[in-house]
Design a protein around this ligand. Structure first.
Ligand SMILES: *Cc1c(COP(=O)(O)O)cnc(C)c1O
Ligand SMILES: *[C@@H]1O[C@H](CO)[C@@H](O)[C@H](O)[C@H]1NC(C)=O
Ligand SMILES: *[C@@H]1O[C@H](CO)[C@@H](O)[C@H](O)[C@H]1NC(C)=O
Length: 567
C-alpha cells in the first residue's frame, strides 16, 4: 500500500512544496556553480594572459609598456582638445598642400586626360605622350642617385625583358592549358631559387607579386597550420623590431598579434633571450631577416633556428632584400653567415626576384621546406557556381608576361652574372662603409650601424642632426632613406649606384661639413634648435616622429596616399 495516500493532505502539500523548492534551490545552485565555473575560467584566462605577458616582457618591460601606452593615450587626449585639434588639422592640411604642389603638376600648361578620349589617339600621339611622361622631372635614378628602388641589371637585360614581355603579354598562368610555356617557366623559376637557397629534397615554393605578398603568404600558412594542427585561435608571431613592415601588415590583415623584439646596439641583431621569453602556446611563427631593410644586418639566424627547433615552431627568414646577393656572398669572395635551408630550423624563405634578381617589378618567390606548409596558403573553393576554383596566392589572374621577364632574367644572368653583380654591389657598399669609418671628415660625426655584410649601409650621428644631413643630400639630388628608432640614414646600393659611389662620398663629406658649420653657428649665436628652417626629413622624423602618439604622422601618411590619386 503506498504510504503517501495515507498522508494528511496538508502534509502532502508541504512535502510537494518542499520538493519543488528543493528543485528551485537545485536550479539556483546549478546557476551558481555555472557562474563560478565561468568566473574561474575567465580568471584563469586572464591570469594566463597576464602570466605570458609578464614572462614575455619581464616586470620592467611590462611597466615600460604601460607607461608608453598611458603617454600615448594622454597625448591623444591632448591632441583632441578643441584649440589643439584645429591647429593640428590646419598644419596637416598645409603640409599636404605643399606635397600636392610638388607631386601633382598643375597650371595652364599641363595636359590632363580625365575621361576617355572620344576617338582613340594615333599611335604616334601615344608614343609621344609616353615619352613625355617618362621624361618628367625626377630624382635621377639613371645616374645612381636613388638608394634601393631601381634594381635593374643593365640596359641589355632590360631590352631582353621587354622582348619577353612582348611575347607573353596576353598570357595568364591561371590557364595552364592555354599557356603551357608560362606554367613551365614559373615552375622552373621556383626550382632555380630553391636550389640557390640549398633547399632539401621535398622543398617547394610559389611565385608572388612581390616581397610583401611572399611575406603575407608565409604568415598566412603558419597561422593556418597552427589553427588546423594545434587549434590556435589567437595567433601571435615574434619579430625582430627591424623586420620588414610587411609582417605588421600580415598581422593586421590576418589578425595575428605581433611581438617586437629589440635589436640593440652594437650588433643590432634580434635579441634571442627576449625572443625565447615571448614564446607561448599561441606563438605560430618566428622571424629573422637576412638582411633587414633598415640597417642591412643579418639576424642571428643560426640562433633563431635552434630556438625554432627547441620550441617546435616554424621559422621564416626574410631574404627579400638579400635575394640573389646573400646566397652568393661567399662565391663573390665576401664574408657570409648561415641563413638558408641548411639550418634545420628554417621552414620558409622569401626571396625577391625583383630586387637583386633584376627581374621586372612585381616578382618574388616564397619557399617552404616542405609541402606541409605550402598547402596552407592555397585557396580552394569547391562549390562556386563559376566552377571549382583554386589559386595559390592572393591574386586571381596574373600576368604571364612578368613570369617570362623573370625567367629570361635568371637564365640570362646565370650564376656567374649574379656573382659578378654581387661583387660590384657589395664592393661598392664596403667602399661607402669604409669611408664613413675611416675618412676623418666623416668618422668624427658619423657612425655605421652594426656590421653590414650585404648591400645596405646605415649610419647615425651622435653629434649632428642626421635628418639635416638627409635633407642636405636631397638638396644635392640624392634620394637616401631616412630611418627612425634610432634616427639614421641608409644607402641601399644598386647597380646604378655602383658607378656613382665616389660622387656620393664626396657629397656626403660636403654636407656633413655644412651641417657641422651650421651647428657651430647655432651654438655661437645661441639660437634655439627651432631657429633654422627644417627640411622635409627633419620635419617629419625629427619633429613629428618624436611625439608620443603618432596620430599626426598617420594622418599625414594617409593624406600622402590620397595625394597619389589626384589627377
Ligand atoms: C623590399 C623588402 C621586402 C618587401 O618588399 P616588396 O616591396 O613588397 O617587394 C621585404 N623585406 C625586406 C627586408 C625588404 O627589403
Ligand atoms: C592617439 O591620438 C589619437 C587622436 O587624438 C587618438 O584617436 C588615439 O586613440 C590615440 N592613440 C592612443 C593609443 O591612445
Ligand atoms: C611575377 O609576377 C606575377 C604578377 O604578380 C606573378 O603572377 C608571378 O607569379 C611572378 N613570377 C615570379 C617568377 O616571380
Amino acid at each position: 500500500m503506498p504510504g503517501s495516500s495515507r498522508l494528511p493532505v496538508s502534509l502532502r502539500d508541504t512535502f510537494r512544496a518542499h520538493k519543488s523548492s528543493a528543485r528551485g534551490q537545485l536550479l539556483v545552485l546549478n546557476l551558481d556553480v555555472l557562474r563560478n565555473i565561468i568566473f574561474v575560467l575567465f580568471l584563469f584566462r586572464w591570469i594566463r594572459k597576464a602570466f605570458y605577458r609578464l614572462k614575455g616582457r619581464g616586470i620592467s618591460g611590462s611597466i615600460v609598456d604601460i607607461y608608453n601606452s598611458a603617454r600615448r593615450t594622454l597625448y591623444g587626449i591632448f591632441l583632441r582638445l578643441p584649440g589643439v585639434r584645429t591647429k593640428v588639422k590646419a598644419q596637416i592640411a598645409e603640409s599636404l598642400l605643399k606635397l600636392e604642389r610638388r607631386l601633382v603638376p598643375s597650371g595652364p600648361g599641363v595636359e590632363r586626360t580625365l575621361t576617355l578620349p572620344q576617338e582613340g589617339w594615333s599611335e604616334d600621339q601615344v608614343k609621344a605622350a609616353l615619352e613625355k611622361l617618362a621624361e618628367m622631372e625626377h630624382t635621377r635614378w639613371e645616374d645612381g642617385r636613388v638608394s634601393g628602388a631601381v634594381y635593374h641589371g643593365g640596359d641589355e637585360l632590360l631590352r631582353l625583358q621587354t622582348e619577353a614581355f612582348g611575347k607573353f603579354t596576353v598570357s595568364n598562368p591561371i590557364h595552364p592549358d592555354v599557356f603551357p610555356g608560362v606554367r613551365k617557366m614559373e615552375a622552373e623559376i621556383v626550382a632555380m631559387v630553391l636550389a640557390l637557397f640549398n633547399a632539401p629534397e621535398g622543398a617547394v615554393g610559389v611565385t608572388t607579386s612581390g616581397g610583401t605578398e611572399s611575406i603575407l603568404m608565409a604568415c598566412l600558412s603558419a597561422r593556418q597550420k597552427a589553427y588546423n594542427e594545434r587549434g590556435v585561435t589567437e595567433p601571435e608571431m615574434i619579430l625582430p623590431e627591424t623586420a620588414h613592415t610587411a609582417f605588421r601588415k600580415a598581422g593586421e590583415y590576418f589578425k595575428i598579434k605581433i611581438h617586437l623584439v629589440a635589436c640593440k646596439a652594437p650588433h643590432y641583431k634580434v635579441h634571442l633571450p627576449s625572443a625565447s621569453r615571448l614564446v607561448n602556446p599561441n606563438t605560430i611563427l618566428l622571424v629573422g631577416s637576412a638582411p633587414n631593410f633598415p640597417h642591412g644586418i643579418i639576424d642571428d639566424i643560426s640562433g633563431l633556428s635552434r630556438l625554432a627547433l627547441r620550441k617546435n615552431l616554424p621559422l621564416h627568414v626574410d631574404c627579400c632584400l638579400g635575394s640573389f646577393l646573400v646566397p652568393l656572398l661567399a662565391k663573390a669572395g665576401f664574408e657570409s653567415e648561415p641563413f638558408d635551408f641548411r639550418l634545420k630550423g628554417v621552414t620558409s624563405i622569401s626571396c625577391d626576384t625583383h630586387k637583386y634578381g633584376f627581374a621586372p617589378k612585381g616578382n618574388s618567390t616564397v619557399l617552404y621546406r616542405s609541402d606541409d606548409l605550402r598547402k596552407y596558403q592555397y585557396f580552394v573553393s569547391a562549390d562556386w557556381s563559376g566552377g571549382v576554383y583554386a589559386s595559390p596566392s592572393i591574386a586571381g589572374s596574373r600576368p604571364g608576361a612578368l613570369i617570362a621577364g623573370c625567367w629570361a632574367s635568371l637564365v640570362k644572368q646565370g650564376e656567374s652574372g649574379y656573382v659578378e653583380a654581387c661583387h660590384k654591389i657589395v664592393g661598392a657598399t664596403k667602399k661607402i662603409e669604409n669611408a664613413i669609418r675611416e675618412d676623418p671628415a666623416l668618422a668624427t660625426d658619423l657612425k655605421v650601424v652594426g656590421r653590414p655584410l650585404v648591400s645596405v649601409v646605415a649610419f647615425l650621428s651622435n653629434s649632428l642632426d642626421i635628418y639635416d644631413i638627409a635633407d642636405g643630400m636631397s638638396d644635392k639630388g640624392w634620394h637616401l632613406n631616412a630611418l627612425q628608432n634610432p634616427p639614421a640614414i641608409h644607402v641601399a646600393v644598386t647597380l646604378p649606384i655602383v658607378a656613382a659611389v665616389d660622387r656620393l662620398v664626396a657629397d656626403l663629406v660636403d654636407v656633413v661639413e655644412d651641417v657641422r658649420e651650421k651647428e657651430r653657428r647655432r651654438v655661437v649665436e645661441g639660437r634655439g634648435r627651432k631657429g633654422a628652417a627644417k627640411g622635409d626629413a627633419a620635419a617629419l622624423y625629427g619633429v613629428a616622429g618624436s611625439l608620443p602618439n603618432k596620430s599626426v604622422v598617420v594622418d599625414l601618411a594617409r593624406g600622402f596616399l590620397d595625394t597619389l590619386y589626384k589627377a
